[in-house]
Design a protein around this ligand. Structure first.
Ligand code: 13P
Length: 251
């Protein structure tokens, strides 16, 4: 049986004001003792206040990006140390929205992962193909290249979570077939094992893209899927609780 503890992660993206703090309270109340790890990545502005609410609960918090530097003249940016200081234990890196909108390269994502590790954060490194790349049959090449370029090297890799998020499945309601998810997750496990040896067994592989309570159970039944990175449905406490329940139900 796998030693990997399942992880349900919510990415709130650029959503959430003070009024939404009550959503976190509701989630914690509905899931007092979850049988999997549960993580919320809110906007940085809510982290510190949310950390007061998650204290003493099973919930963890994460950032959605970080700068490579610890501090300095980088107007508008947030460092990994700042996220940790505000209560984060994880940080999402290389999300396709950042790769697309801000031109984030694999090399930059890798540098951010090293910075996250130095700050004591677990990096969630996102990879995934566009629809055009899938239609051209390039999915595994693209993902292999992203892993090769974005993963930190050496002993740091064990501190990492990898999220497979097909760009065309994010926020669209479309999800790959279970066979397509299995193909990519099996490839990721083999690819990571090739690069990092038996340490790769400890790396959790999340699926992300239009995960809902209605499809979570079947996705979590796919081998090598260790949980989900959830966008839209994580904003609704009852939807996210449904996804947590589906993950808890996996033997
Ligand atoms: P949706 O769940 O809204 O498709 O978003 C997925 C995602 O981008 C999580 O990081």
């Amino acid at each position: 049986m796998s030693k990997r503890r399942k992880l349900a992660a919510g990415n709130w993206k650029m959503n959430g004001l003070s009024a939404e703090l009550s959503n976190l309270d509701e989630l914690i109340l509905s899931n007092p003792n979850p049988a999997c790890d549960v993580l919320i990545c809110p906007p940085a502005t809510l982290l510190e206040r949310m950390s007061r609410r998650t204290a003493g609960s099973a919930f963890a918090l994460g950032g959605q990006d970080c700068h490579v530097a610890v501090s300095g003249a980088y107007t508008g940016d947030v460092s990994a140390n700042m996220l940790a200081d505000a209560g984060a234990e994880y940080v999402i890196l290389g999300h396709s929205e950042r790769r697309a909108a801000y031109g984030e390269s694999d090399t930059l994502v890798q540098s951010k992962a090293v910075a996250a590790h130095a700050a004591g954060l677990v990096a969630i490194i996102c990879v995934g193909e566009t629809l055009e790349q899938r239609e051209r049959g390039e999915t595994l090449d693209v993902i292999g290249g992203q892993i090769e370029g974005s993963m930190p090297r050496g002993g740091d890799c064990v501190e990492v979570v990898v999220a497979y998020e097909p760009v065309w499945a994010i926020g669209t309601g479309r999800i790959p077939t279970l066979a397509q998810i299995a193909e990519v997750h099996d490839f990721l496990r083999a690819d990571l094992t090739g690069a990092f040896g038996s340490n790769a067994e400890e790396i959790r592989l999340l699926y992300g893209g239009s995960v809902k309570p209605s499809n979570a159970g079947e996705i979590f039944g796919v081998p090598n899927v260790d949980g989900a990175l959830v966008g839209g449905a994580s904003l609704n406490p009852s939807d996210f609780s449904g996804i947590v329940s589906a993950l808890e139900a996996v033997p």
